[in-house]
Write a protein that binds this ligand. Structure first.
Ligand SMILES: *Cc1c(COP(=O)(O)O)cnc(C)c1O
Length: 393
Protein backbone atom coordinates (compact mmCIF):
# COMPACT_ATOMS: atom_id res chain seq x y z
CA UNK A 1 0.00 0.00 0.00
CA UNK A 2 1.27 3.44 -0.89
CA UNK A 3 1.53 5.44 2.27
CA UNK A 4 -0.01 8.87 2.29
CA UNK A 5 2.12 12.02 2.05
CA UNK A 6 0.65 15.48 2.50
CA UNK A 7 3.17 18.21 1.61
CA UNK A 8 3.27 21.54 3.40
CA UNK A 9 2.80 23.79 0.40
CA UNK A 10 3.41 23.01 -3.27
CA UNK A 11 2.78 24.93 -6.49
CA UNK A 12 -0.38 24.47 -8.52
CA UNK A 13 -0.16 24.54 -12.33
CA UNK A 14 -3.72 23.74 -13.38
CA UNK A 15 -4.03 26.63 -15.82
CA UNK A 16 -2.20 28.06 -18.83
CA UNK A 17 1.31 27.71 -17.38
CA UNK A 18 2.69 25.23 -19.93
CA UNK A 19 1.03 27.01 -22.83
CA UNK A 20 2.54 30.41 -21.99
CA UNK A 21 5.99 29.06 -21.09
CA UNK A 22 6.09 27.08 -24.36
CA UNK A 23 5.05 30.20 -26.20
CA UNK A 24 7.90 32.20 -24.62
CA UNK A 25 10.41 29.48 -25.55
CA UNK A 26 9.09 29.22 -29.10
CA UNK A 27 9.34 32.96 -29.57
CA UNK A 28 12.87 32.89 -28.21
CA UNK A 29 12.09 35.52 -25.59
CA UNK A 30 13.39 33.92 -22.42
CA UNK A 31 15.42 36.63 -20.74
CA UNK A 32 14.79 40.12 -19.37
CA UNK A 33 12.87 41.34 -22.44
CA UNK A 34 9.56 40.10 -23.81
CA UNK A 35 5.84 40.67 -23.76
CA UNK A 36 5.05 38.47 -20.76
CA UNK A 37 7.00 40.75 -18.42
CA UNK A 38 4.82 43.72 -19.39
CA UNK A 39 1.71 41.53 -19.15
CA UNK A 40 2.71 40.34 -15.69
CA UNK A 41 3.23 43.91 -14.54
CA UNK A 42 -0.10 45.03 -16.02
CA UNK A 43 -1.90 42.09 -14.46
CA UNK A 44 -0.45 42.80 -11.02
CA UNK A 45 -1.21 46.52 -11.28
CA UNK A 46 -4.81 45.83 -12.27
CA UNK A 47 -5.29 43.24 -9.52
CA UNK A 48 -3.79 45.51 -6.86
CA UNK A 49 -5.61 48.63 -8.09
CA UNK A 50 -2.34 50.47 -8.41
CA UNK A 51 -0.81 52.38 -11.35
CA UNK A 52 2.55 50.80 -11.76
CA UNK A 53 4.39 47.64 -10.69
CA UNK A 54 7.95 46.58 -11.53
CA UNK A 55 8.50 42.82 -11.87
CA UNK A 56 11.84 41.58 -10.56
CA UNK A 57 13.91 38.49 -9.77
CA UNK A 58 12.73 37.82 -6.24
CA UNK A 59 10.99 39.23 -3.24
CA UNK A 60 14.40 39.81 -1.74
CA UNK A 61 15.39 41.90 -4.78
CA UNK A 62 12.15 43.90 -4.40
CA UNK A 63 13.00 44.56 -0.75
CA UNK A 64 16.56 45.54 -1.56
CA UNK A 65 15.46 47.93 -4.32
CA UNK A 66 12.97 49.53 -1.90
CA UNK A 67 15.70 49.96 0.67
CA UNK A 68 17.97 51.66 -1.90
CA UNK A 69 15.13 53.90 -3.10
CA UNK A 70 14.20 54.81 0.48
CA UNK A 71 17.70 56.21 0.82
CA UNK A 72 18.94 53.71 3.40
CA UNK A 73 22.69 54.25 3.64
CA UNK A 74 25.57 52.82 5.71
CA UNK A 75 25.04 53.54 9.39
CA UNK A 76 21.32 54.32 9.07
CA UNK A 77 18.80 52.52 11.24
CA UNK A 78 15.88 50.42 9.91
CA UNK A 79 13.15 49.08 12.20
CA UNK A 80 12.38 45.42 11.47
CA UNK A 81 10.43 42.40 12.79
CA UNK A 82 12.14 39.52 14.64
CA UNK A 83 9.62 36.79 13.76
CA UNK A 84 9.56 36.38 9.99
CA UNK A 85 11.61 35.08 7.09
CA UNK A 86 15.14 36.48 7.22
CA UNK A 87 14.90 37.88 3.66
CA UNK A 88 12.86 40.75 5.08
CA UNK A 89 15.85 41.88 7.14
CA UNK A 90 18.97 40.95 5.13
CA UNK A 91 18.62 43.90 2.70
CA UNK A 92 19.24 46.20 5.68
CA UNK A 93 22.68 44.60 5.93
CA UNK A 94 23.21 44.78 2.14
CA UNK A 95 23.04 48.57 2.65
CA UNK A 96 25.42 48.38 5.65
CA UNK A 97 22.64 49.78 7.79
CA UNK A 98 21.62 48.67 11.29
CA UNK A 99 18.40 46.80 12.10
CA UNK A 100 16.49 47.30 15.34
CA UNK A 101 14.04 44.50 16.13
CA UNK A 102 10.55 45.56 17.26
CA UNK A 103 8.12 42.99 18.71
CA UNK A 104 5.05 41.62 16.94
CA UNK A 105 1.47 41.58 18.19
CA UNK A 106 -1.00 38.69 18.10
CA UNK A 107 -1.28 38.94 14.30
CA UNK A 108 2.49 38.07 14.15
CA UNK A 109 2.91 41.48 12.44
CA UNK A 110 4.69 44.49 13.92
CA UNK A 111 3.15 45.84 17.11
CA UNK A 112 2.30 49.51 16.47
CA UNK A 113 2.20 50.32 20.19
CA UNK A 114 5.79 49.17 20.70
CA UNK A 115 6.84 50.81 17.45
CA UNK A 116 5.54 54.16 18.68
CA UNK A 117 7.05 53.63 22.14
CA UNK A 118 10.43 52.95 20.58
CA UNK A 119 10.28 56.11 18.47
CA UNK A 120 9.04 58.25 21.38
CA UNK A 121 11.21 56.86 24.19
CA UNK A 122 14.41 55.50 22.65
CA UNK A 123 14.98 58.03 19.85
CA UNK A 124 15.38 61.77 19.41
CA UNK A 125 13.34 63.74 16.90
CA UNK A 126 14.55 67.11 15.63
CA UNK A 127 14.39 68.88 12.25
CA UNK A 128 11.96 66.23 11.05
CA UNK A 129 14.64 63.55 11.50
CA UNK A 130 14.27 60.62 13.85
CA UNK A 131 17.57 59.40 15.28
CA UNK A 132 18.55 56.37 17.33
CA UNK A 133 21.91 56.70 19.12
CA UNK A 134 22.76 59.57 16.78
CA UNK A 135 21.99 57.65 13.56
CA UNK A 136 19.08 58.47 11.23
CA UNK A 137 16.11 56.09 11.39
CA UNK A 138 15.16 55.89 7.72
CA UNK A 139 12.58 53.17 7.34
CA UNK A 140 10.45 50.46 8.89
CA UNK A 141 9.92 47.05 7.27
CA UNK A 142 6.39 45.84 7.94
CA UNK A 143 5.77 42.18 7.08
CA UNK A 144 2.20 40.96 6.51
CA UNK A 145 2.89 37.55 8.00
CA UNK A 146 1.19 34.45 6.52
CA UNK A 147 -1.36 36.58 4.63
CA UNK A 148 -2.47 38.50 7.67
CA UNK A 149 -2.20 42.29 7.59
CA UNK A 150 -0.37 44.55 10.00
CA UNK A 151 -2.28 47.38 11.67
CA UNK A 152 -1.50 49.78 8.83
CA UNK A 153 -3.69 52.65 10.07
CA UNK A 154 -1.63 52.89 13.25
CA UNK A 155 1.70 52.24 11.55
CA UNK A 156 1.18 54.87 8.82
CA UNK A 157 0.34 57.45 11.48
CA UNK A 158 3.59 56.72 13.32
CA UNK A 159 5.55 56.86 10.06
CA UNK A 160 4.03 60.27 9.29
CA UNK A 161 4.67 61.56 12.81
CA UNK A 162 8.34 60.57 12.68
CA UNK A 163 9.05 60.94 8.95
CA UNK A 164 10.11 57.37 8.28
CA UNK A 165 9.50 55.39 5.08
CA UNK A 166 7.26 52.33 5.23
CA UNK A 167 8.41 49.29 3.25
CA UNK A 168 5.61 46.73 3.19
CA UNK A 169 6.80 43.16 2.82
CA UNK A 170 3.64 41.74 1.23
CA UNK A 171 5.47 38.67 -0.08
CA UNK A 172 3.06 36.41 1.81
CA UNK A 173 -0.04 38.55 1.43
CA UNK A 174 -0.71 38.98 -2.29
CA UNK A 175 -4.47 39.51 -2.47
CA UNK A 176 -5.05 40.43 1.17
CA UNK A 177 -6.94 43.71 1.48
CA UNK A 178 -8.71 45.81 4.08
CA UNK A 179 -12.49 45.67 3.92
CA UNK A 180 -13.04 48.11 6.77
CA UNK A 181 -11.41 51.17 8.31
CA UNK A 182 -9.46 54.04 6.73
CA UNK A 183 -7.79 51.71 4.22
CA UNK A 184 -10.92 49.78 3.15
CA UNK A 185 -10.33 48.48 -0.38
CA UNK A 186 -6.54 48.85 -0.14
CA UNK A 187 -4.37 45.81 -0.83
CA UNK A 188 -1.39 44.71 1.23
CA UNK A 189 1.64 46.41 -0.31
CA UNK A 190 -0.21 49.46 -1.65
CA UNK A 191 -0.50 51.48 1.55
CA UNK A 192 3.09 52.27 2.54
CA UNK A 193 5.79 53.96 0.46
CA UNK A 194 6.85 50.63 -1.05
CA UNK A 195 5.23 47.21 -1.42
CA UNK A 196 7.15 44.01 -2.14
CA UNK A 197 5.82 40.71 -3.50
CA UNK A 198 7.39 37.29 -3.98
CA UNK A 199 6.59 34.49 -6.42
CA UNK A 200 8.87 31.88 -4.94
CA UNK A 201 7.83 28.22 -5.08
CA UNK A 202 5.77 28.14 -1.90
CA UNK A 203 4.01 31.51 -2.23
CA UNK A 204 0.35 31.81 -3.26
CA UNK A 205 1.42 32.19 -6.89
CA UNK A 206 4.82 31.25 -8.23
CA UNK A 207 7.11 32.08 -11.14
CA UNK A 208 9.73 29.59 -9.93
CA UNK A 209 11.58 32.49 -8.41
CA UNK A 210 10.44 36.04 -8.84
CA UNK A 211 9.02 39.12 -7.25
CA UNK A 212 7.60 42.56 -7.80
CA UNK A 213 7.72 45.97 -6.25
CA UNK A 214 5.27 48.84 -6.22
CA UNK A 215 5.32 52.32 -4.72
CA UNK A 216 2.78 55.01 -3.97
CA UNK A 217 4.30 57.15 -6.73
CA UNK A 218 4.31 55.76 -10.28
CA UNK A 219 7.53 57.64 -11.15
CA UNK A 220 9.25 55.95 -8.25
CA UNK A 221 8.25 52.57 -9.69
CA UNK A 222 9.79 53.61 -13.03
CA UNK A 223 12.99 54.38 -11.18
CA UNK A 224 12.91 51.03 -9.36
CA UNK A 225 12.54 49.33 -12.75
CA UNK A 226 15.50 51.36 -14.04
CA UNK A 227 17.63 50.27 -11.08
CA UNK A 228 16.58 46.65 -11.66
CA UNK A 229 17.88 46.70 -15.24
CA UNK A 230 21.47 47.77 -14.50
CA UNK A 231 20.37 51.45 -14.56
CA UNK A 232 20.61 51.31 -18.33
CA UNK A 233 19.39 54.58 -19.83
CA UNK A 234 18.27 53.35 -23.24
CA UNK A 235 18.19 50.27 -25.41
CA UNK A 236 21.05 50.91 -27.77
CA UNK A 237 23.85 52.72 -25.96
CA UNK A 238 25.59 51.73 -22.76
CA UNK A 239 24.90 54.83 -20.70
CA UNK A 240 24.41 54.32 -16.96
CA UNK A 241 23.79 57.27 -14.66
CA UNK A 242 23.55 55.24 -11.46
CA UNK A 243 24.66 51.96 -9.93
CA UNK A 244 22.09 49.42 -11.04
CA UNK A 245 21.32 45.79 -10.32
CA UNK A 246 20.53 42.70 -12.37
CA UNK A 247 17.14 42.28 -10.69
CA UNK A 248 14.74 42.25 -13.65
CA UNK A 249 12.23 39.39 -13.97
CA UNK A 250 12.75 37.18 -17.04
CA UNK A 251 10.12 36.53 -19.70
CA UNK A 252 10.12 32.81 -18.81
CA UNK A 253 9.27 33.60 -15.20
CA UNK A 254 6.66 36.11 -16.32
CA UNK A 255 5.02 33.58 -18.67
CA UNK A 256 4.46 31.34 -15.67
CA UNK A 257 3.33 34.35 -13.66
CA UNK A 258 0.70 35.53 -16.13
CA UNK A 259 -0.91 32.09 -16.02
CA UNK A 260 -0.75 32.05 -12.22
CA UNK A 261 -2.36 35.49 -11.99
CA UNK A 262 -5.35 34.14 -13.93
CA UNK A 263 -5.83 31.59 -11.15
CA UNK A 264 -5.07 33.78 -8.14
CA UNK A 265 -8.69 34.56 -7.16
CA UNK A 266 -9.51 30.84 -7.24
CA UNK A 267 -6.37 30.00 -5.22
CA UNK A 268 -7.46 32.49 -2.57
CA UNK A 269 -10.97 30.99 -2.41
CA UNK A 270 -9.48 27.53 -1.88
CA UNK A 271 -7.07 28.77 0.81
CA UNK A 272 -10.02 30.31 2.63
CA UNK A 273 -12.25 27.23 2.30
CA UNK A 274 -9.47 24.93 3.51
CA UNK A 275 -8.67 27.23 6.41
CA UNK A 276 -12.33 27.17 7.44
CA UNK A 277 -12.39 23.37 7.28
CA UNK A 278 -9.30 23.14 9.50
CA UNK A 279 -10.98 25.57 11.88
CA UNK A 280 -14.07 23.35 12.16
CA UNK A 281 -12.04 20.17 12.63
CA UNK A 282 -9.80 21.66 15.34
CA UNK A 283 -12.73 23.35 17.08
CA UNK A 284 -12.83 22.31 20.74
CA UNK A 285 -9.44 20.55 20.61
CA UNK A 286 -7.71 21.44 23.82
CA UNK A 287 -4.05 20.90 22.80
CA UNK A 288 -4.01 23.33 19.91
CA UNK A 289 -6.08 25.95 18.11
CA UNK A 290 -6.02 27.66 14.74
CA UNK A 291 -4.78 31.24 14.72
CA UNK A 292 -7.15 33.64 12.98
CA UNK A 293 -6.74 36.49 10.52
CA UNK A 294 -7.73 40.12 11.08
CA UNK A 295 -11.49 40.57 10.94
CA UNK A 296 -11.27 43.86 9.03
CA UNK A 297 -9.48 42.19 6.11
CA UNK A 298 -10.21 39.87 3.23
CA UNK A 299 -7.14 37.66 3.71
CA UNK A 300 -5.47 35.41 1.15
CA UNK A 301 -5.04 32.96 4.07
CA UNK A 302 -1.78 31.79 2.55
CA UNK A 303 -0.38 29.84 5.52
CA UNK A 304 -2.15 28.14 8.42
CA UNK A 305 -0.91 28.33 12.00
CA UNK A 306 -1.80 25.99 14.82
CA UNK A 307 -0.91 27.31 18.27
CA UNK A 308 0.16 24.44 20.50
CA UNK A 309 -1.00 24.47 24.11
CA UNK A 310 2.34 24.56 25.95
CA UNK A 311 0.75 23.94 29.36
CA UNK A 312 0.00 20.42 28.18
CA UNK A 313 2.43 19.61 25.37
CA UNK A 314 6.09 19.94 26.35
CA UNK A 315 7.68 18.17 23.36
CA UNK A 316 9.98 20.28 21.23
CA UNK A 317 8.91 21.48 17.79
CA UNK A 318 11.51 19.17 16.32
CA UNK A 319 9.94 16.14 18.06
CA UNK A 320 6.44 17.11 16.95
CA UNK A 321 7.49 17.71 13.34
CA UNK A 322 9.45 14.44 13.19
CA UNK A 323 6.53 12.45 14.60
CA UNK A 324 4.21 13.95 11.98
CA UNK A 325 6.73 13.38 9.20
CA UNK A 326 6.60 9.68 10.08
CA UNK A 327 2.84 9.79 9.48
CA UNK A 328 3.35 11.44 6.09
CA UNK A 329 2.29 14.90 7.23
CA UNK A 330 4.74 17.66 6.40
CA UNK A 331 4.69 20.53 8.87
CA UNK A 332 7.18 23.08 10.03
CA UNK A 333 7.81 25.39 12.95
CA UNK A 334 7.34 29.11 12.51
CA UNK A 335 10.73 30.74 11.94
CA UNK A 336 13.52 30.96 14.48
CA UNK A 337 13.90 34.53 15.75
CA UNK A 338 16.07 36.55 13.35
CA UNK A 339 17.75 38.39 16.24
CA UNK A 340 19.03 35.01 17.46
CA UNK A 341 20.71 34.11 14.15
CA UNK A 342 24.51 34.46 14.13
CA UNK A 343 24.73 37.61 11.94
CA UNK A 344 22.13 39.42 14.12
CA UNK A 345 22.92 38.33 17.67
CA UNK A 346 24.42 41.66 18.66
CA UNK A 347 21.69 43.90 17.28
CA UNK A 348 19.28 45.91 19.40
CA UNK A 349 15.95 44.30 20.26
CA UNK A 350 13.02 46.23 21.71
CA UNK A 351 10.61 44.61 24.17
CA UNK A 352 10.47 41.20 22.52
CA UNK A 353 7.74 39.21 24.28
CA UNK A 354 5.20 37.95 21.75
CA UNK A 355 7.79 36.95 19.15
CA UNK A 356 9.60 34.45 21.43
CA UNK A 357 6.22 33.29 22.78
CA UNK A 358 4.92 32.38 19.33
CA UNK A 359 8.29 31.09 18.11
CA UNK A 360 7.92 28.03 20.32
CA UNK A 361 4.19 27.51 19.85
CA UNK A 362 3.29 27.86 16.17
CA UNK A 363 3.15 24.86 13.90
CA UNK A 364 2.43 25.49 10.21
CA UNK A 365 0.25 22.77 8.70
CA UNK A 366 -0.33 21.76 5.05
CA UNK A 367 -1.95 24.47 2.95
CA UNK A 368 -1.48 23.70 -0.76
CA UNK A 369 -4.35 24.91 -2.95
CA UNK A 370 -4.92 21.40 -4.34
CA UNK A 371 -5.11 19.68 -0.94
CA UNK A 372 -8.25 17.49 -0.70
CA UNK A 373 -10.85 17.34 2.04
CA UNK A 374 -9.66 13.80 2.83
CA UNK A 375 -6.08 15.05 3.15
CA UNK A 376 -7.16 17.76 5.58
CA UNK A 377 -9.13 15.26 7.65
CA UNK A 378 -6.08 13.00 7.70
CA UNK A 379 -3.77 15.85 8.75
CA UNK A 380 -6.06 16.87 11.61
CA UNK A 381 -6.41 13.26 12.79
CA UNK A 382 -2.61 12.80 12.80
CA UNK A 383 -1.85 16.14 14.45
CA UNK A 384 -4.37 15.38 17.20
CA UNK A 385 -2.94 11.89 17.74
CA UNK A 386 0.66 13.13 17.91
CA UNK A 387 -0.12 16.00 20.29
CA UNK A 388 -2.23 13.72 22.51
CA UNK A 389 0.58 11.17 22.66
CA UNK A 390 3.04 13.87 23.75
CA UNK A 391 0.57 15.34 26.25
CA UNK A 392 0.32 11.98 28.03
CA UNK A 393 4.08 11.50 28.34
C1 LIG B 1 9.34 34.65 0.71
C2 LIG B 1 9.63 35.81 1.55
C3 LIG B 1 10.58 36.78 1.17
C4 LIG B 1 11.53 36.62 0.04
O1 LIG B 1 11.04 36.35 -1.18
P1 LIG B 1 11.98 35.62 -2.25
O2 LIG B 1 11.19 35.75 -3.51
O3 LIG B 1 12.15 34.22 -1.79
O4 LIG B 1 13.28 36.36 -2.32
C5 LIG B 1 10.72 37.90 1.97
N1 LIG B 1 10.01 38.07 3.08
C6 LIG B 1 9.10 37.16 3.49
C7 LIG B 1 8.31 37.44 4.72
C8 LIG B 1 8.90 35.99 2.75
O5 LIG B 1 8.02 35.08 3.19
Amino acid sequence: MMSRFVPLSIPNFEGNEKKYVNDAVEQGWVSTGGAYIKKMEASLAEFLHTDNVAACQSGTAALHLSMVEAGVRPGDVVLVPPLTFIAAVNPVKYQFATPVFIDCDDSFCMDPVKLRDFCANECSFANNQLKYQGNPVKAVVVVHVFGNMADMAAIMEIARDYNIKVIEDATEALGTRYIDGVYAGKYAGTIGDFGCYSFNGNKIITTGGGGAVTANDSKVVDHLRYLSTQAKNDVHYYIHNEIGYNYRMTNLQAALGVAQMEELPEFIRRKQANYNLYGQLFDGFELGHMIGFREDTYSNMWFYSLEINRDKVKASMREIITALEEKGVQTRAIWGLINEQIPYQHEKTYQLEKAPYYAERILNIPSSTQITKEDIEYVVEQVKAVLEAFAHE
